[in-house]
Unconditional design. Structure first.
Length: 281
């Protein structure tokens, strides 16, 4: 059980309230809306960010022109190949940013998939593989549009006023052997297309990017001050302040674990078993 929970904004608050039957959704002290702290540097220091980006552009030998960033949550099922094929005939550079995958057996498939895509990328003249250690906001600022799956990269792109594209029939999984599911694409993504429509969607977003960005205080509160808000809450709690005085969200009634299993877990498992039984039949 956590002591404190932080969520980015009112929309996330509604999702949290929708999980009120789950005992694990109730931190001991409280839940606080704090925004997205790691976006503060980008939002508050555009001139400094621009200078740093110019240096990064020089280091990467990036020439002026349109740029697309592909930054997935998990690289599986040749998603990067989809994007490389969709951009190869467009007048744009494709920047690819994967997260720094830990050197553990748990993510061996993801590392192997990325390595294989790195080799595939050599066939495409417009692809630039970014160092995984580059900050995601720097990568986003380098690009005109962003392509991702269900990753929070989509939210970070929206914060930076960049159009976001995701693909509705992309499979999601954390390795190559688990059963895949379709991506659960966040509501703030405005361009959701099929794999076969990806090229035309990219072209459209590059031509008219202003039609698609959406900075929403409903999704992200405390824009530019999220770090201060987070520190204020933490300091207040450590100093013994009452959670309500720090604008904690109203605590929902905490159900028992037994009731949660009876009301939520057991019916869901029964439904799943029935679907699987009928699917086999």
């Amino acid at each position: 059980m956590f002591d404190i929970g932080f969520i980015p904004g009112p929309e996330w608050q509604r999702r949290w309230e929708g999980a009120n039957l789950n005992p694990g959704a109730h931190p001991r002290i409280g839940v606080f809306v704090n925004g997205w702290p790691k976006s503060d540097v980008s939002l508050n220091n555009p001139s400094g960010s621009r200078a740093a980006l110019s240096e990064l552009e020089s280091r990467l030998n990036l020439t002026p022109g349109k740029r697309v960033l592909y930054a997935p949550g998990f690289e599986t099922d040749d998603k990067q190949l989809d994007v490389m094929l969709a951009t190869q005939s467009l007048d744009c550079a494709l920047l690819v940013k994967h997260w720094p995958v830990p050197d553990s057996t748990e993510f061996a498939d993801i590392r192997n998939n990325i390595n294989r895509m790195n080799i595939e990328a050599k066939r495409f003249r417009n692809v630039v593989m970014l160092d995984p250690g580059i900050g995601i906001f720097d990568a986003i600022e380098l690009a005109d549009i962003v392509i991702t799956d269900e990753s929070t990269v989509s939210l970070e792109a929206v914060i930076c006023n960049k159009p976001v594209i995701s693909v509705q029939d992309w499979p999601m999984r954390v390795n190559n052997s688990d059963k895949a599911r379709l991506a659960s694409i966040p509501g703030h993504v405005k361009l959701i297309v099929a794999r076969t429509e990806l090229e035309s969607a990219i072209s459209q977003a590059l031509e008219t990017p202003s039609e698609f960005p959406q900075v929403s205080t409903d999704e992200v509160s405390h824009q530019g001050t999220a770090s201060d808000r987070t520190i204020d809450v933490l300091e207040g709690i450590f100093q013994g302040a009452d959670a309500a005085s720090l604008d904690a969200l109203k605590t929902l009634s905490r159900p028992s674990k037994i009731m949660y299993v009876i009301l939520m877990v057991f019916p869901a498992r029964v439904k799943l078993a029935l679907r699987q039984a009928f699917a086999r039949g």
